[in-house]
Design a protein around this ligand. Sequence first.
Ligand SMILES: [Zn+2]
Ligand SMILES: [Zn+2]
Length: 353
Amino acid sequence: MRAAVLEEHGEPLAVKDVDYPEPTADQVIVETEACGVCRSDWHAWQGDWSWIGAGVPEGQILGHEPAGIVSAVGEDVETLEEGDRVAVPFHLGDGTCTHCREGRANNCETVIPLGLTEFAPGAFAEAFPVREADFNCVKLPDEVDFAEMAGLGCRFMTAYHALADRADLRPGDWVAVHGCGGVGLSAIHIAQALGAHPIAIDVLDSKLERAEELGAVETINGADVDSTPQEVQAITDGGADVSIDALGIAETCQNSVNSLGTRGSHVQVGLTTGEEQGQIELPVDVMTMQEIDFHGSFGMPLVRYEELFNLIAQGTLEPGKIIGETLSLEEAPETLASMDDYETVGIPVITEF
Ligand SMILES: [Zn+2]
Ligand SMILES: [Zn+2]
């Protein structure tokens, strides 16, 4: 089968023939119908995250936002069969640790991130294996658009958990979204759908225009203002209730915290780059005195999918709105490389394998 392989960090992915996967007893094989290309793929490709022991090895098949159809089933798998339509969250849990037993595979003690380690070849391929498939596969309704559902494996669900669970977003809240890539645009759409008032912040007007289409009530081009936090403070008359760093550089993280009002909640969704290596200075005294919360947010507990699907079925949430271009697997190397300049608008989704 064809797959896009990271052969050397920073060099174009190699699209080539590799062996079709065979399921072990606990696995299913999923034929990929759609897979998003994510900022995390770009980080992996750059060779980031060695500072948290999560550097991605050369030889890796990337791809962690898939939706597809089960094509082969391991002998111990009980709840899935060939032909089932599934989304696969990027955080593959073991299904047995304390967190998994609570449905929180995103906090699994032995989590294996799909497409980001040699133990889980990814979905930039015609097919890919899923460990502990009964636990990790999320069955999709019959009538789904696979490209729309691909984001449910990573960005869309990440934004949902960040806002609905970690920040406990309320209708009427002001939400500042720093960085309008895939997860940021998802956060804008979700915030407005949940009755909040999103403010979109980026340095590219093309992304801010997309954010407005998705429901941003105000936009700030960070390149045109002296201080993004001051702009947010002025718009919200004292600071946002919730602010999210959807990029993961020092500037957006600090701007996000400084955009908040008293008792505001910052949510860190973006992982950092080689510049920060996970270390960012924060105004701790102000955070203490104003009782500002700093939340990390990673993926989404599996138990939250039901609510997400209900909101999609009702038409409240429309994950398809976040899609940018659709492309073929052969075009994936070029699309990934083009993310160097942060100009990609919306989520690129591979739909031809
Ligand atoms: Zn992702
Ligand atoms: Zn676990």
